[in-house]
Write a protein that binds this ligand. Structure first.
Ligand code: SLL
Length: 252
């Protein structure tokens, strides 16, 4: 079958995000639940990286159903039926609860792809990031004021030597490009402390500018490591010379 031919040497990727949003339950909401100890409502999801313009949803501009068959979210064992299969977009699970835990996310691709499933891990985040560097969990009142918590990871699913038929499906669905820069206010933990954005919170958005900034951060860090290595090497050489000098001074 010509269709099952692999396109050797070619790689193609699709940008995705995975992670969660969480909000504090109001006292009213808590009353209406069967679980009095639950404090938060959260959604864990796998979405396309680009966000729809003017949307409050992080990512999700494109429907991933054209190449994703199923996403399985493995929740903490304290949940009933902790393994949740989602067989159509949106690939997400919403729940209420009281604690943070690691969620295993398994992505199965459409059968035609011939690709093996991939597994990602996300630490469910319920409590806001500290703005002041204070590691303490804010009070529910403060957390509520800070707005929804967002914890999202950008990633690229890479397919190497794809089947021709799968490649055709992918190229028929080009991903919405990321915007160059942010179009909306950022969440409080990313905003300048004291700014209006910081007090109101906002919705994160992945941009190509962030990609560039991340590359620059990595490059700065790499240079710092090299400089540090050079410094220690120089110190070592100096000390070795001193050792030699002192040894030569010892009475033989
Ligand atoms: C913790 N290691 O102690 C974590 C476990 C588990 C959270 C957190 C389930 C609620 C329910 C729920 O929120 N589990 O089904 O009643 O923080």
């Amino acid at each position: 079958m010509a269709e099952r031919i692999r396109v050797r040497g070619l790689t193609i990727h699709r940008p995705v995000i995975y992670g969660n949003t969480a909000t504090v339950l109001t006292p009213k909401e808590r009353e209406s639940l069967n679980f009095p100890d639950h404090t938060h409502r959260w959604t864990v999801a796998v979405r396309s990286a680009a966000s729809a313009p003017d949307s409050d949803i992080v990512g999700g501009a494109d429907d991933l159903g054209y190449f994703v068959k199923r996403v399985t979210f493995k929740l903490h064992d304290t949940y009933t039926n902790p393994t949740r299969h989602v067989d159509k977009p949106p690939f997400e699970v919403s729940e209420t609860g009281w604690g943070e835990f690691e969620i295993q996310i398994r992505i199965t691709f459409i059968t035609e792809s011939g690709e093996k499933p991939i597994t990602l891990y996300h630490h469910l985040k319920l409590h806001p990031w500290s703005v002041t560097g204070d590691p303490e969990i804010p009070s529910p009142e403060n957390a509520m004021r800070m707005g929804p918590v967002h914890s999202w990871q950008y990633d690229e699913i890479v397919f190497s030597d794809p089947f021709q038929s799968f490649l055709n499906i992918l190229t028929d669905h080009p991903p919405t490009p990321l915007p160059k820069s942010k179009r909306r206010p950022v969440p409080f933990h990313m905003a300048n402390p004291g700014s209006l954005e910081a007090s109101k919170g906002g919705v994160p958005e992945f941009t190509t500018e962030m990609e560039k900034e991340e590359a620059e951060r990595l490059e700065t860090a790499r240079k710092a490591v090299v400089a540090e290595q050079e410094r220690w090497r120089a110190t070592l050489i100096e000390k070795e010379k001193e050792l030699e000098r002192l040894q030569n001074q010892l009475p033989s």
